[in-house]
Unconditional design. Sequence first.
Length: 256
Amino acid sequence: MMIDIKNEDDQEKMRIAGKLASQVLDMISNYVAPGITTGELDRICHDYIVNEQNAIPANLNYKGFPATICTSVNHVVCHGIPGNKKLKHGDIINIDVTVIKNEFHGDTSRMYQVGKPTTQGERISKITYESLWHGIKAVKPGNHLGDIGYAIQNHAEKHGYAIVKEYCGHGIGKIYHDHPQILHYGTPGHGIEIKEGMTFTIEPMVNAGGASVRVLPDQWTVVTRDHSLSAQWEHTILVTKSGYEVLTLAPSENTY
Ligand code: MF3
Ligand code: CO
Ligand code: CO
């Protein structure tokens, strides 16, 4: 299997795309509140990407997906379709966005608490975020993809949560979902060796209850089978000589 290695020029374009994707999530955070619909959030993101960033919303029409962002609320694991659903106090929502700029993709998602947060909502969001960062810290030339998966799985399971196995991170560049697959579980030292210049996403989905999921009849929305809460965070990562660069880092994350 061929894994694309980005040269300096590609890396600079990936930085730009990553930053734009992250800025969409910064911007939309000001609108996430009780009463707004996921469809309204989608329209705001769409217009921002197209009119302010002069970029392309990669999700729109991707394999027939009808929107710019995925909005996954509470027991929705991923790929929630924006619509008439109004957010309410205590909901948790993942917003996942991908932009294309100069042909390159930047892909990132975050969790948001709607209104007054619940203890359970805060907890699953925090542990999932920490799991993502445990995975990121395993990114380094010479390490293996299994090191990333193991670090993520270990942290989530230690806190009584379950990793969703059906969906994974992915290589990214001019191709949205490229090789290799980045599993969010694994065995240290196993899998493909990590090399400088690779770019991929890490995007763990973590359930409060069982790991099983199902896809709704709309053929997109993935939910937990037991309707337990689910959370996800995603970053696009560049492998550097000594470790990693997070291309979709938020301003508030610089000191993590
Ligand atoms: N952004 C998602 C990912 O992290 C994929 C969304 S595909 C869509 O890979 F079609 F649902 F938008
Ligand atoms: Co992704
Ligand atoms: Co994404």
